[in-house]
Design a protein around this ligand. Structure first.
Ligand SMILES: Cc1cc2nc3c(=O)[nH]c(=O)nc-3n(C[C@H](O)[C@H](O)[C@H](O)COP(=O)(O)O)c2cc1C
Length: 337
């Protein structure tokens, strides 16, 4: 877990990633606040090689809430640039997760999705995207990616998991389209693949591109693992460097969970697609996280809530595993035995 790893032109000092976590602390216009500077800045002191910034909206109508971060306007770049520069000053790399909530946007404005099927009673009925609407969303992802590059981010992660717009396209539960963007697995993949291709074209060749997928819908009506493998193969061919493997989110009922419960999905995608993967989900016991890497089941481990409880989870894990701890200079006295 403490060995470096490289993707295209980027080398991470270790295989620990802070998993993306919405903070719901942006201004109503999507602008980063002091909260983001302090939150991500303090995570940069905590021993992870890579921090993935929370789901950041590519369109205003694609925000999960009206306190989401945005990259849908040039005004969003400056606040993020300051945060990125501080993280870099600590020798840590930082990516941003580009997201569109689709039918899971909890907003007053009209919302869009593959089909006019609402997520639950609590949500609006979305408008089904037209061909022109698809073009707009594709361009919004590409424009947001260009802004992320301008802000200095090292990695882009496309959010295609947890029941948000791109997942909605992939899933037969939420995609009832009868045009070329629905139906078979190839049809459901068509729009998300366009987005991946557009983002890949929008960013430099040496910049890694990640994608987060839900590998299971925990629902018999959902897509199969074979279909997920097919999706990931296409993403790989379109220039994705790592698949970040989560699950669920497209139906309101959560699965029963336990330590490492999503690791088998990460391992299956890694083996069958021959693509690097991140494993995530209740991996915050250091011996477990390290074993997932040592056993070759994943290339990165993403830790979410563990880093909220302990901002220095990376150093805590190093200590627990008897690995040399490499804290910021000002904190070194805390680790003298
Ligand atoms: C407060 C919070 C916010 C989250 N926001 C996001 C998000 O923006 N994007 C995402 O892909 N997952 C999000 N997640 C899911 C986490 O990235 C992670 O997949 C999940 O919490 C399981 O990992 P853990 O057991 O280490 O917490 C969020 C989780 C939490 C707890």
């Amino acid at each position: 877990m403490f060995d470096p790893v490289s993707f295209r032109g980027l080398t991470l000092k270790n295989r620990i990633m802070v998993s993306p976590m919405c903070q719901y602390q942006a201004g109503p216009d999507g602008v980063a606040t002091d909260w983001h500077f302090v939150h991500y800045g303090s995570l940069a002191l905590g021993g992870a090689g890579l921090i993935m910034v929370e789901a950041t909206a590519v369109e205003s109508r694609g925000r999960i809430s009206n306190r989401d971060l945005g990259l849908y306007d040039d005004r969003h770049v400056d606040g993020l640039r300051r945060m990125v520069a501080f993280v870099h000053s600590q020798g840590v790399r930082i990516g941003v997760q580009l997201a569109h909530a689709g039918r899971k946007a909890d907003l007053a404005e009209p919302i869009v999705a593959p089909s006019a099927v609402r997520f639950s009673e609590r949500y609006q009925v979305p408008h089904a995207l037209t061909e022109a609407g698809l073009d707009e969303v594709e361009q919004a992802f590409a424009a947001a990616a260009r802004r992320a590059v301008a802000a200095g981010f090292d990695v882009i992660e496309i959010h295609a998991a947890h029941g948000y717009l791109l997942h909605q396209f992939l899933s037969p539960i939420s995609n009832l389209r009868t045009d070329a963007y629905g139906g078979s697995a190839a049809g459901r993949l068509r729009f998300p693949l366009r987005v991946v291709q557009a983002v890949r074209r929008a960013i430099p060749d040496d910049m890694p591109l990640f994608i987060r997928v839900s590998a299971s819908e925990w629902d018999d009506r959902g897509f199969t693992l074979d279909e997920v493998i097919q999706f990931c193969q296409a993403f790989r061919e379109a220039g994705v460097d790592l698949v970040d493997v989560s699950s669920g989110g497209n139906t309101p009922s959560p699965p029963r969970v336990y330590a490492g419960y999503q690791v088998p999905f990460a391992q299956a995608i890694r083996e069958r697609v021959k693509v690097p993967v991140a494993a995530v989900g209740l991996l915050d016991q250091p011996v477990l996280a390290d074993a997932v890497i040592q056993e070759g089941r994943a290339d990165l481990v993403a830790i979410a809530r563990g880093f909220l409880r302990d901002k220095h989870w990376g150093h805590t894990a190093a200590r627990a595993l008897g690995h040399p701890v490499d804290p910021p200079r000002s904190y070194q006295r805390a680790y003298l035995t």
